[in-house]
Structure formats: C-alpha cells, structure tokens
Design a protein around this ligand. Structure first.
Ligand SMILES: NC(=O)c1ccc[n+]([C@@H]2O[C@H](COP(=O)([O-])OP(=O)(O)OC[C@H]3O[C@@H](n4cnc5c(N)ncnc54)[C@H](O)[C@@H]3O)[C@@H](O)[C@H]2O)c1
Length: 363
C-alpha cells in the first residue's frame, strides 16, 4: 500500500462493463494513479479492458486483486447484489474502495461495509454521479437548504431481461436510478429524512413478473391477464413524499412510463423560500430564479458549469486522511430510504425512517 507516500496509488477495477469504462478513463487521466489490473467474471471483458487501458494483468478472480500489495484502490462496478461482499473483502484486505451505487441492496449490508471500512481505517467513496455535476454544486452553494423540492427520473419502458430488473441482483429501477433521486434530496435538504409515504409498485409492467404459482392461486388462467395478481417484487414506478428532520418536504417521481425531451431523464426543482433552482438536461443545466435585491422583481439566470473530476477527490481523502467527497453515510441513508419507500408501497402506509442511533450523528 502506497497511501502515505508520494508514489502513485495502484488502481484496479472489478466489473469491466458500462460504467467500468468510465472508471477506467478516470483512472488513466488521474496523474496520481497507476493502472494495475482489471477483473471481471467474464474473462473476455477483463482482457478487453486490460488491452485498452494498459494495466499489468487481468483476472477473473477478485481475490487476486485483494491480495495484490500493489493495488491501493479498488473500483467496484458490478451488479448491485455483489457490492457488499466485494466491498467488504476489499476493505478487509486493506484497500480503499470507489464503490458504485447503490452502496448495497439493504441497510444491513451497508452497515456491514461501514464496519469493515472502520476496522480497515481505509477510505470508501460512493459514485453518486449527480453530486459531481457543476450545476448541482451551484445549487448547493447558492440556495439555502430547500423547504420544498421535487425530484424526478423518467425513462422509457425498460427491458425486463436486464440484470438491473432482477429482484435479487438489481432490485429494479428504484435501486438503479431511484437511488440517485433520494441521495440528491438528502444532500440538498441537509437533514435526514424522517418519514416517507409512497405509492406505485409494478405499474408499467403489472403482472409481467408475476409468480405463476400465485397467479394460479388467484384464479389466473393463461391468456386471462386481467386476473393476474401483480407480483410487486420490483418497483418500476414510485410516487413518494418525504419529510426531513428540519420539516422541509420533497416529492419524488420515478418510473419507466416514458421519456420526454423537454425536461430530460432527470429533473429537479428546489425552493428555499426566496430563490428557486431548476436542474435539467441530464443535470448539466440549472436555471435560478430570485428576486432582484433592489426592485424585488424576479430575475432568472441559466448556468452550465462543468462537472468536477471524481477520482482525485478520493485520492485527496486518502492522502489527507479526510472523509471523501461522497462518504459512506449518504450511501447507507439512500438504501434505507429505498427500503422504506418499498415498505410504504407494499403496506399502503407512511413509514418512519430511523437509523440505528450510533450512525445518526454521522449523516
Ligand atoms: N454512477 C452512475 O451514474 C452509474 C451509471 C451506470 C451504472 N452504475 C452502476 O455501476 C454498476 C455496474 O453497472 P453497469 O451498467 O456498468 O453494468 P454492466 O452489466 O454493464 O457491467 C457489469 C460488469 O460486472 C461483471 N460482473 C458481474 N458480477 C461480477 C462479479 N461478481 N465479479 C466481477 N465482475 C462481475 C459483469 O460481467 C459485467 O462485465 C451498478 O452498480 C450500476 O448501478 C452507476
């Protein structure tokens, strides 16, 4: 491990897929990083990345990465259900971790990662992409924590064969994209969420994933889709209201019911009681509206500030022994909130959100 010296930090990637390509590009363009290795259960994928980004080796075995003394940072960009075990193993081996979202698929696994990180004394950053946007950061610095917000992610009807849709492996769009919405709301509101009430479930794919056994029990015969029981094992649509500890409130809308080109996939509005901000065009653009200090007339300004570079923020935390830009606590909170949204959808009742007391002060 080279953390306390001025040597470049050895970097390895686990998960040579879509976002793994971005992680690799960040690694090769960060001066303080030496690209060491690529790992994927698919040997062809690992070998392609090894050739493209010129590491020292590729492997299908994560243990080879964890036991390599020349690896300091492990980027984990694999399907959601694998995050917890891979992150814990990396931390046990004394590595720093750049972990993809969601941190894990349940709060217990998030806390397992958190404890492993504390025991290792290493750093872990979560890749909540929207936090690195220049437009988002401009909102955070210009507005007071909002009193009221709206967060939205709308995409076209999704392909059910993708792993993201598997209840066990991906958790569906709530865990894939909804996690960004809840994280950004918690960050902007600057207070932990205390209550959520949500409705939705399998709205756009009603019945498509239904368990045949349950369908039989509920009188469904083949061809009679109207009587199919909705399985609700995946949330494709969620409409939620969230109240925060500072009594501010937010709405959240997430679905694969369709895309619109006006607002784009991601759309956010924040109102702090005086100013407002609208974040749109894939969180690249922000329009602020505020009263003129002299005339009181409302004026608007639109900005497209560039995003900040991600990996150097983890390097800074390692070199200076500080919390990284996106630390573990927001990751725990986001997964907890997703669990509560799901519980509210299933029960039809509002859910209180309470993190175990020992973690509360850190959020
Ligand atoms: N932060 C963002 O904006 C953003 C964007 C896209 C995806 N992601 C996240 O990145 C992660 C990966 O998503 P993706 O779209 O790149 O998926 P992907 O399917 O394109 O790539 C995943 C890769 O992981 C490999 N893999 C699966 N299990 C593995 C294991 N146990 N060990 C090693 N390799 C394994 C697969 O073979 C595949 O090559 C997910 O957590 C996803 O939510 C984040």
């Amino acid at each position: 491990m080279n953390s306390s010296t001025n040597h470049p930090l050895g970097w390895a990637l686990i998960g040579c897929g879509g976002i793994g390509n971005h992680h690799s590009q960040w690694a090769v363009s960060t001066p303080d990083v030496g690209v060491r290795a690529f790992c994927d259960i698919d040997a062809d994928a690992a070998s392609r990345y090894y050739e493209q980004f010129e590491g020292d080796y590729y492997t299908t075995d994560p243990m080879r990465i964890f036991s390599d003394p020349d690896v300091d940072i492990v980027a984990i960009a694999t399907p959601h259900s694998t995050h917890a075990d891979l992150a814990v193993a990396a931390l046990h081996a004394g590595k720093h971790v750049y972990l993809e979202k969601p941190m894990a698929m349940n709060t217990a696994d998030c806390l397992r990662i958190y404890k492993a990180m504390q025991a290792a004394g290493t750093k872990l950053m979560i890749n909540f992409s929207i936090r690195f946007s220049g437009a988002t950061r401009a909102i955070k610095s210009r507005l007071q924590p909002p009193k009221v917000s709206h967060a939205q992610c709308m995409v076209r009807r999704d392909d059910l064969t993708r792993w993201q849709w598997d209840a066990e492996i991906g958790g569906g769009p709530l865990y894939d994209v909804g996690v960004h919405l809840v994280d950004l709301l918690c960050w902007m509101h600057d207070a932990p969420p205390v209550e959520v009430f949500a409705t939705g479930g399998q709205v756009t794919h009603g019945g498509e994933l239904a368990d045949p056994y349950l369908n039989a029990q509920h009188g469904c015969v083949e061809g009679n889709t109207s009587r199919k029981r909705r399985a609700f094992n995946i949330v494709d649509t969620a409409a939620a209201t969230i109240r925060f500890a500072n009594d501010s409130v937010a709405t959240m809308l997430m679905s694969d019911a369709g895309y619109n080109t006006v607002l784009s996939k991601w759309f956010f509005q924040f109102f702090d009681g005086e100013q407002s901000a609208v974040l749109y065009e894939h969180f690249r653009k922000v329009t602020f509206t505020a009263p003129d200090p002299v005339t009181g007339e409302l004026t608007s300004e639109t900005l497209t500030p560039p995003p900040i570079e991600r990996l150097p923020l983890l390097i800074d935390a390692i070199r200076n022994d500080t919390d990284p830009y996106v630390p573990v606590y927001p990751g725990i909170l986001a997964t907890l909130l997703l669990e509560k949204i799901t519980e509210s959808i299933h029960s039809g009742r509002p859910q209180e959100i309470e993190l175990p007391i020992e973690y509360r002060s850190q959020l």
